[in-house]
Design a protein around this ligand. Structure first.
Ligand code: ADP
Ligand code: MG
Length: 394
């Protein structure tokens, strides 16, 4: 079957044999993601445009004869978590295993007969870098259960979208992390060499060809490794500001305000901060549409300018950037990137830049040098191509 760049199929299979004493029934994997553009739009019924990363989480899985989940992660080698399926709930189990147990809980609540499982996971997705290792973990396990319990949810777009919603529930309710649905949809629905246009109001998705290599370009991802201490309260505050603005404007979500209506809508808002938040959301949704159009006519220079405008909007209007993200994006631009922006929720995490293929090392090196000069933690930069969705690997 498919051999992937940093394949951990053999490693999780060996880890499974050590834990269980026999080979797993199969290995399933699911990718992390980067969002090309459309940030903080998902909870406003807006548009976003993620690609799946080549980095993936692999799950070696077999069913058991009882109702127990036993799970181990190669990233947490000294910890095996065991829980009865009936005991899964908010904070049960706590910690990382909640992302795995939550998927079984959500599937069961959705009416599916879920068996006990032995699971060993291993991942090449950087954890906590804003590249969605959490969704990759959930979706690798969800893919396994869909096949092992013969649910058939991987066989259709609708089935995959349903599985994505259940993984969101797992993360929201059992892991206790607020997340809007972008990550899980990307992990289950993205296609190779394509970005996924996701309409968070209708739930509709479509594939947008995204192949920078054919244009002599590369997407460079830089994990800033910036500590994101403020993220929880800030995320909730941004969501609340958007909901309040929608209420004042008499709309369900800010998606209903077009760029043409922005000035009139702004005049009705209570203060400059809320006006700036709304301006980001409305213009960002418009930038997603413009990006899809620019990709359609192969105008990567225009896509680069849209990346820059998105970053400025997130920094100045939405105020979710941080010094490390600003330095990384500005340095990438200064060394030849066509455009660069923070990606993910902000306050740390990663940035992306469209870079001429022959300038990748120069740009990555310049970002590392700039970080050193500022006294920041060394960043990790890597080039990516758009990978495929959650699937069975072995
Ligand atoms: P992100 O999704 O951006 O990487 P999150 O904070 O949403 O960051 O998710 C990271 C959490 O997901 C980790 O702290 C851990 O609990 C869990 N996790 C992700 N991948 C793994 C893995 N391979 N092994 C164990 N836990 C993991
Ligand atoms: Mg996450």
């Amino acid at each position: 079957m498919t051999q992937r760049p940093d394949d951990r199929t053999a490693a999780v299979t060996e880890g499974f044999r050590q834990m269980v004493g026999h080979s797993p029934t199969g290995v399933w994997s699911a990718p992390g993601r980067v969002n090309l553009i459309g940030e903080h739009t998902d909870y406003n019924g807006g548009l976003c445009l993620p690609i799946a990363l080549p980095q993936r989480t692999y799950a070696a899985v077999s069913t058991r004869g009882d109702r127990t989940l036993r799970v181990r992660s190669l990233e947490r080698p000294h910890e095996t978590v065991e829980i009865d399926l009936a005991e899964i709930g908010p904070d049960h189990p706590g910690g990382w295993a909640a992302y795995v147990a939550g998927v079984l809980w959500a599937l069961e609540r959705d009416g599916h007969a879920v068996p006990g499982l032995d699971v060993v996971v291993g991942s090449s997705v950087p954890v906590g870098a804003g590249l969605s290792s959490s969704a990759a973990l959930e979706c690798s396990v969800a893919a396994a259960v869909s096949d092992l319990a013969a649910l058939g949810l991987l066989e259709s777009t609708e089935g995959r979208a349903r599985l994505a919603r259940l993984c969101v529930e797992a993360e929201n309710v059992i892991a206790g992390a607020p997340t809007g649905g972008l990550d899980q949809s990307a992990s289950l629905l993205c296609a190779e060499r394509s970005a996924l246009l996701l309409d968070c109001r209708s739930g509709e998705t479509s594939q947008v060809p995204f192949d920078l290599a054919s244009r002599g370009l590369t997407l460079l991802v830089t994990d800033t490794r910036a500590p994101h201490a403020l993220v929880d309260g800030q995320y909730a505050a941004r969501r609340a500001a958007c909901e309040e603005a929608a209420r004042v404007l008499g709309v369900d979500t800010l998606r209903e305000i077009s760029v043409d209506e922005l000035d009139a809508a702004s005049a009705r808002l209570p203060d400059d901060v809320v006006r700036a938040r709304v301006r980001h959301v409305v213009t960002e949704i418009d930038r997603v549409e413009q990006t899809v159009a620019a990709l359609g006519r192969d105008d990567l220079a225009a896509v680069g300018r849209l990346f820059d405008a998105s970053h400025a909007s997130l920094r100045d209007d939405y105020e979710v950037s941080c010094p490390e993200l600003d330095v990384a994006t500005a340095t990438a631009r200064a060394h030849g990137a066509l455009g660069a922006r923070m990606t993910g929720g902000g306050f740390g995490g990663s940035c992306i830049a469209i870079v001429p293929a022959d300038a990748v090392d120069v740009v990555a090196g310049a970002i590392a040098t700039a970080f050193e000069a500022h006294g920041y933690t060394p960043p990790a930069s890597f080039a990516v191509v758009a990978g495929g969705p959650a699937a069975r690997d072995a």
